[in-house]
Every structure is written in structure tokens, then in C-alpha cells.
Ligand binder design. Structure first.
Ligand code: PLP
Length: 386
């Protein structure tokens, strides 16, 4: 009944974990969810006030590429922060970062093409690439300390390669790359006949002394950036993101957007515009709170001598489950996640969802009392079985 195109999208391997979670909740079990990929904070007040004030006049269709003022603000900010020379026609506002990614893939890829993705990867890259008819070549970054090596990218490039997908800061590994990485990338891949995308959804989620780095600093016409207002301003449901790319790509994506969505909701775009009224201090405070939570979790796992990837950014920790597998005598991250749910009442995302079965992803975008309960339950189990 449905097309091969849709059938080729693999079913999420975490569905059975989600189904178990729903069943346990329905049975009244107290589940602490550390699986969410969204901030637990409210959006900044200035943003809410701005969008309320704007509401009266925003009922009409807007330009397909989104509000002009918003595009200008985004480009000015990138140019100011990353010393780039982008122009307003290098950006289109999209329905979240997700649709920027989907439309970019649709604009660039077709049957016979190949896209290179680094594993562990964000969950939607591979299904969205598969929908275009292109194939995926996966680079396993676990062999390089969970950072992409330029050599491994170069080795993966074939005549069919049209796109390299990067995501730093990374969801799920919480690893970040330095400005030097982008510099080298620019030297090696700049100007080549292939597009290099960096998904910068978590751009500002980087813990001091590290500072945010963008591929924009070493901009080339074959580079592209996806960004989002979802995480930084705690408005994931408003669905505002953007794509920065060369003008030919932006034009192609604009064509697609005109037929798919017309443009993102005007109300949401005014919300995003309001984000530029928010002082730097608001996010600095949130980042400090995320960092405190990260430090708490890190010292908890350090005390247990439990392995994880030290988080440098985002609000995730990628936890090594080798020990958990042997303690509970299972072999997959799905089974570990199901055990955590059933026996500890803790919900995490199995690493296989991101292409790595040796980890689970824990989100600390939750309040301190939930984190404390998580640590108590985890410790209580580990104390009994170790
Ligand atoms: N890219 C990454 C790496 C993400 O983690 C997410 C959301 O979780 C997205 C893109 C999509 O974000 P948006 O809410 O802007 O569509």
C-alpha cells in the first residue's frame, strides 16, 4: 500500500523500549525519564512578551524564505561571531532544524548518490537520506575517540559522494570539535564537488573553557549549516530553524519549501525574532545550570568508576554499558534500556538508535530532583549486583 520509499525507512529500533515505557507508565510505575531531547526550562520572558505583542498583525502569508528581519539577524550574528561574510540570501528559515535537513537532503541527493554520515549519528539523518533514494556510508568515529578524523572522511569519499553530514556539538556523544578542525576541513574539503553540512543545533551548548566554534569561520561555498531556536531558547514546539548555504542551494530549498510548507508559522518566526531581544545573561545562566548537572553526573559515574564519554557540550551523557551488559547478562543496548526501565524505573535511549550498541544516551535536561532519584536508583542497583 505504501511506497518503497517509505518502506525503506527502517523502523525505529527503540520502538519496543518506548512501548514498554508507555505500558509501565499506564500501570502506574514511577518512571524517571532521562530520554528527552528538549530543555526543561521555560523560554525567556522577553521572547514571550515579544511574540504576544506581535500576534495581532501576523495572520497573513509571509515570504517563503521566512521573515526578512529574522534572516538578517541570523546572518549578522554569524558574521559577527564567526567572522564570516554571509549575506541574507544565504539563509532560509525552516520548520525547525529538522525540515532544513530534510529539504537540504532532498535538494542534493537522488538515487545513485551517496551521503557520508559519522556514527554515532543523530537519529533522523539516515531515514531522511534513504527517502531521497541515496545510499549512506557510515564512518564509525568510535575508532577515533568519537571525533571525526579528516582522514577517515577522505577515505570514505567515493565518486558517488555528494554530501558529508557532521553534527558538532554532537547529539548523542556530547563531543565538540575545535575551530582548528574546521580550518583543516576547509583546507581539505573546501571547494570540492561535494557539500559539507554541519548541524549546529547545539552550537552554544559548549562548556567553558571551550567556546562555541562554527564551520562558518572557514566558510566555503560547498559548506552548509543547519541551526535551530529549539534548544537554546527552549521553544522546540514552535518549530523554527534555518539553513545557511550557497545561494543556489537556498533557491532550491526555497522551491521545495514553497510546495511543502509555504514557510514556518509566522507566529513562531516572530517568536524567534524575539530571541534576539534576550540578553546574553539568560542563556549563560541556563548553561551554568546544565554544567552543574553535568558535573554532578560525571562525579557520580567517576565515583563508581563507570565509563562514559566526558561531555563537552549539549545536555547529554553517552554512557558506556559494557559493564551493565555483563551484570545483567544481555547483549544489546535495547535490552539494557529495557532493564533500566523495568527494574530501575529509568528511561534512557539505547545507543543503537544512534548507531552504537555499546552505549545509552542520558539527557540531563531534567530538574535536580529527577537527577538525584536517577542516581539513587542506579547506585542502589549497582551496589547490589557489583
Ligand atoms: N539536529 C539535532 C542534532 C537534534 O538533536 C535535533 C533535535 O533533537 C534537531 C536537529 C532538530 O531540531 P529542531 O527542533 O530544530 O527541528
Amino acid at each position: 500500500m505504501v511506497t518503497k520509499r517509505v518502506e525503506c525507512i527502517g523502523e525505529s529500533q527503540t520502538l519496543e523500549v518506548k512501548a514498554l515505557e508507555s505500558r509501565l507508565r499506564a500501570e502506574g510505575k514511577n518512571i524517571i525519564s532521562l530520554s528527552a531531547g528538549e530543555p526543561d526550562f521555560d523560554p525567556p520572558e522577553e521572547l514571550l512578551v515579544f511574540v504576544q505583542k506581535s500576534l495581532a498583525g501576523v495572520q497573513r502569508y509571509e515570504a517563503v524564505e521566512g521573515l526578512y528581519e529574522l534572516r538578517i539577524k541570523i546572518i549578522e550574528e554569524y558574521n559577527r561571531r564567526f567572522d564570516s561574510c554571509l549575506e541574507v540570501d544565504n539563509v532560509i528559515i525552516t520548520v525547525g532544524a529538522k525540515s532544513a535537513i530534510a529539504l537540504l537532503f532532498l535538494a542534493l541527493l537522488e538515487t545513485g548518490d551517496e551521503a557520508i554520515v559519522i556514527s554515532p549519528y543523530w537519529v533522523s539523518y539516515i531515514p531522511l537520506i534513504s527517502l531521497t533514494g541515496a545510499t549512506v556510508s557510515v564512518i564509525d568515529s568510535s575508532k577515533d575517540n568519537f571525533l571525526p578524523s579528516i582522514d577517515s572522511v577522505l577515505a570514505a569519499i567515493s565518486p558517488a559522494s555528494k554530501l558529508v553530514v557532521l553534527n558538532y556539538p554532537s547529539n548523542p556523544t556530547a563531543q565538540v570539535v575545535s575551530e582548528d578542525f574546521y580550518k583543516e576541513l576547509s583546507t581539505v574539503l573546501g571547494g570540492r564537488d561535494l557539500i559539507v553540512l554541519n548541524d549546529e543545533t547545539y552550537l552554544d551548548f559548549v562548556y567553558p573553557p571551550l567556546v562555541p566554534a562554527s564551520i562558518a569561520t572557514y566558510w566555503n561555498d560547498n559548506f552548509a549549516i543547519v541551526g535551530s531556536f529549539s534548544k537554546k531558547f527552549a521553544i522546540p514546539g514552535w518549530r523554527v530553524g534555518y539553513l545557511i548555504a550557497n545561494k543556489v542551494i537556498i533557491k532550491a530549498v526555497k522551491k521545495l519549501q514553497s510546495h511543502f510548507f509555504s514557510h514556518p508559522s509566522s507566529i513562531a518566526m516572530y517568536g524567534a525574532l524575539g530571541a534576539f531581544k534576550v540578553g546574553q545573561k539568560w542563556f549563560e545562566e541556563k548553561l551554568k545550570e546544565y554544567k552543574d548537572r553535568r558535573d554532578k553526573l560525571v562525579s557520580f559515574f567517576d565515583d563508581l568508576n563507570w565509563n562514559y564519554l566526558p561531555p563537552k557540550g549539549t545536555f547529554y551523557i553517552f554512557l558506556d554499558i559494557t559493564r551493565a551488559k555483563s551484570l545483567i547478562n544481555v547483549s544489546s543496548s535495547v535490552e539494557v534500556a529495557k532493564f533500566f526501565l523495568q527494574d530501575l524505573g529509568i528511561s534512557v535511549v539505547p545507543g543503537i538508535a544512534f548507531g552504537n550498541d555499546s552505549f545509552v544516551r542520558i539527557s540531563y535536561a531534567v530538574d535536580n530532583s529527577k537527577l538525584t532519584t536517577f542516581m539513587e536508583r542506579f547506585y542502589d542497583w549497582y551496589r547490589r549486583v557489583r
